[in-house]
Write a new protein. Structure first.
Lengths: 503, 310
């Protein structure tokens, strides 16, 4: 692991990646009706910053930055490894697609400021900054603040339409998220009391396998799982994600739940690498398996398309946790670790694109038909061919069919499950794939059905929104065609033993 | 020595009793009152632990502000509309789960090393570079200034979350109802008497914060209370949320903090760094702006979502 670099080494893109969106959120409030223009300006700029940060990590290896010049344990450090760089870039690309989609739906009449328009763009910028702060933080308390920022930006997004049922869903989301925060904070306090530091890199050197560390890890993991909505703590997710406006659902389902998952990996693999036992890794994966089976079966039973897509998120989040025992969580480094790590991360990224595309597509069907009851969307495929294509492509990635990012991800996880002798996880993945095929085709079949009279959209669907959906779906497919570049970047900052094997 | 030990023992017993009463109370109002009392007693406990800064923050925000927010909620929530709680079996399971977590936590806390690993020497070595006398302020504004910056944004987002509850047609309007008080009544009298004193105390707590316990969060809470008192006494009205002046006050703290932090990139070699010669001046400037914004944000959090047409 390289030493903490002096702040002047290289341009601090890592700071700018957090600063830009947060400054935008602050400026959005006095700017009022111009908040939308500001966000549309900052999001492409933020993508450039994210790419420059990724290039820096690619060229120079791990990037660290001591804020204020105060090095840990006194100060707070930011750290970007390959995983964080990939997540920061993914976030920026998804937000670009979502912003392109939302620029017409959250647009106030000229000269006027509306509640939904101002809040959507201000919250979107705040959420973006919170995500980057979570992906780039290297201090457990600072990550707690980033999670709070994320929760308080995400919850109002879920109830932006302010109907009674979305308010109830958002309130439930808030309770789960705050309970998760408290548990996480308790664990962080215990670790500070035991080891005198909150810095992840320093903790990795100091923390040993002892009761206080296990208690802290258990509390923090439980808190993060509540925020990730891993089965059986998923109850809040479907109503909150399905009740939000399409653009907000896309961000919540594609990105927000991934931040707490990212922190689970940070905790297990980076902060407390020698602490987790193999049994704990198996338990986490067992919850993931429960999520895959339970979420998929419930997705199959949904009548409304947005709820189907939301339950599919519950299921797909499960795959992420299968990577924990496969990538060596709770054991010595194995030759297949790198493959499992890449598979898990690739799944997080391709699911982000696919799920954003699916929620936006569902939003467009809802807009065109005036409802999202799956059975009554017959013939909508002919009316909105581009959106249907996007829904199908995103579904391809969820199923894990080639060529798609989802295919490579699931293939890597499957082969590592076999290589490591943990064949039972492979069985779960096969079952999950079949069930996913079931719910994706159940949604697609009515869309593609031939009708006697051509179906016309009740309300016109703007072209740029259709392009945004298709663009995101294509990203998720393209990951399957060019997976090698992110693969090498992902290994930056991984323990050396895990880099040797290729899955 | 024995007297203080007895005092601590009583304090612990009363804290536990009040906490239990807050959890067990059937009536929302009673639970809130117990919760406020609990916050004040915890503040006393912090004083006994020589953490006066934490005590001030707990009393101002944990007991005071949260108490006011909860009282506002009890006034709006009708108990008869409450859905039936979980059944007996579920309640027992929840209790057992909570007990298990508590026991594990207690065991973990008792197993912590004594003396605890401490950053006090590191703070003492670094504090001269900040020009401050209060180590807590040095941690909050210098060493871990990034946390504080993000926390002020958390407050701002919380306010946006409250505002998001406004009906669309009332967007931009004033929060809450117009308060009226009898001109010769107690409230109006207190509304005239207390604000000048509160203002003075608030400014003092902010100013003393660089060398003694105090600072932006505690001062901001006091100033928010002053403003709320004036509003409740009918002497002033909550501003409409579309007001540009109000929004500039709300973002002043984060803007100054971000601006000085970014300047640090060029003059101190790091984002959120201060050149030692100007460190204290810059930190006090940030604190002043933060005090203003925190006061406005907290007051508006209590005032609630817009309820009157613009």
């Amino acid at each position: 692991m390289p030493p903490v670099a002096a702040p002047e080494a290289g341009f601090p893109w890592i700071v700018l990646a957090i600063l830009l969106p947060l400054a935008g959120m602050v400026a959005a409030l006095p700017l009022g009706r111009h908040a939308r223009a500001l966000a549309l300006l900052l999001i492409p700029a933020g993508l450039v910053v994210a790419l420059l940060l990724a290039a820096q990590v690619w060229r120079e290896g791990e990037v660290t930055y001591a804020l204020g010049g105060w090095t840990p344990p006194l100060g707070i450090a930011l750290r970007a490894d390959g995983f964080s760089a990939v997540m920061v870039v993914t976030t920026a690309v998804v937000l670009l697609g979502v912003a392109l989609f939302a620029q017409s739906s959250f647009r106030a009449p000229p000269g006027e400021e509306t509640r939904a328009a101002l809040l959507f763009w201000a919250l979107l910028l705040g959420l973006w900054g919170a995500l980057n702060a979570a992906f780039l933080g290297n201090d457990l308390f600072n990550l707690y603040v980033a999670l709070e920022l994320l929760t308080l930006a995400a919850v109002p997004m879920a109830s932006l339409e302010a109907r009674a049922e979305t308010l109830a869903a958002a309130l439930r989301y808030l309770f789960f998220a705050l309970a998760g925060s408290v548990l996480y904070l308790l664990g962080a306090v215990l670790l500070y009391g035991a080891y005198g530091t909150l810095d992840i890199t320093l903790l990795a050197e100091r923390a040993g396998p002892e009761p206080v560390t296990w208690a802290a890890a258990a509390l923090m993991t439980a808190g993060l799982l509540a925020k990730t909505a891993l089965f059986p703590l998923h109850l809040w997710l479907p109503p909150a994600h399905a009740g939000a406006p399409a653009a907000a659902s896309a961000v919540l389902s594609a990105l927000v739940v991934k931040a707490s998952f990212f922190l689970v990996l940070r905790l297990w693999f980076d902060a407390l690498p020698g602490v987790m036992t193999a049994a704990a890794g198996q338990l986490l994966a067992a919850l993931g398996a429960g999520a895959i089976l339970f979420g998929s079966v419930l997705a199959l039973h949904q009548v409304r398309m947005k709820l189907l897509v939301a339950y599919s998120t519950v299921a797909q989040l499960g795959y992420l946790f299968l990577m924990v025992p496969l990538a060596g969580g709770g054991g010595a480094a194995q030759p297949w670790d790198a493959g499992a790590w890449s598979g898990g991360v690739l799944h997080a990224v391709s699911h982000a694109f696919a799920k954003a595309a699916m929620f936006l597509a569902a939003g467009l069907f809802l807009r065109a038909a005036g409802h999202d009851r799956i059975a009554e969307l017959r013939g909508m495929g002919a009316a909105l061919p581009m959106v249907t294509l996007a829904f199908g492509l995103a579904g391809l990635s969820l199923l894990g069919l080639p060529p798609s990012g989802g295919f490579i991800a699931k293939w890597l996880l499957l082969t590592t499950a076999m290589a490591s002798g943990q064949w039972w996880w492979a069985l779960v993945m096969f079952a999950g794939g079949l069930l996913a095929a079931g719910y994706v085709f159940r949604a697609l079949t009515p869309l593609l059905a031939r009708t006697e009279t051509p179906v016309l959209p009740g309300r016109p669907v703007p072209r740029h929104q259709q392009w945004a959906v298709l663009g995101l779906a294509l990203c998720s497919v393209a990951l399957g065609v060019a997976p090698l570049m992110p693969f090498a970047l992902l290994q930056v900052g991984r323990p050396e033993a895990a880099e040797e094997g290729i899955g | 020595m024995t007297a203080l030990w007895l005092l601590d023992l009583c304090l612990v017993a009363v804290i536990l009793a009040v906490a239990l009463s807050a959890v067990a109370a059937r009536d929302l109002f009673a639970a809130t009152v117990f919760f406020v009392a609990y916050g004040l007693l915890i503040a006393l406990a912090w004083v006994r632990l020589d953490a006066v800064d934490v005590a001030l923050a707990e009393a101002a925000i944990g007991a005071g502000l949260t108490g006011v927010l909860l009282l506002g909620v009890t006034a709006r929530v009708h108990m008869e509309a409450r859905t039936p709680g979980p059944g007996r079996g579920m309640r027992l399971a929840i209790g057992a789960g909570c007990a298990a977590v508590s026991v594990a936590l207690a065991a973990a806390v008792l197993s912590l090393p004594v003396p605890a690993p401490s950053l006090v020497p590191a703070v003492e070595a670094a504090i001269p570079a900040t020009g401050l006398g209060n180590p807590v302020t040095a941690v909050l504004l210098a060493f871990r200034g990034y946390d504080t910056l993000l926390e002020t944004l958390v407050l701002l987002l919380a306010l946006l979350g409250v505002w998001s509850l406004a009906p669309d047609r009332l967007w931009g309007g004033r929060p809450g109802l117009r308060h009226r008080a009898r001109p010769e009544g107690t409230l109006a009298w207190l509304g005239r008497l207390l604000p000048p004193i509160g203002l003075l105390v608030g400014v003092y707590v902010f100013w003393i914060g660089s060398d003694q316990p105090g600072g932006a969060f505690q001062a901001g809470t006091i100033l928010a209370a002053v403003w709320l008192l004036a509003i409740m006494a009918g002497l002033s009205d909550a501003p409409p949320v579309r007001s540009l002046a109000l929004r500039l006050v709300l973002v002043a703290g984060p803007v100054v903090f971000l601006g000085i932090g970014t300047a640090g990139l060029f003059v101190a070699g790091a984002f959120l760094g201060y050149p030692p010669a100007a460190a204290k001046t810059l930190i006090v400037t940030v604190e002043a702006a933060l005090t203003l914004s925190i006061a406005a944000t907290l007051a508006l959090l209590v005032a609630g979502a817009p309820e009157r047409a613009p």
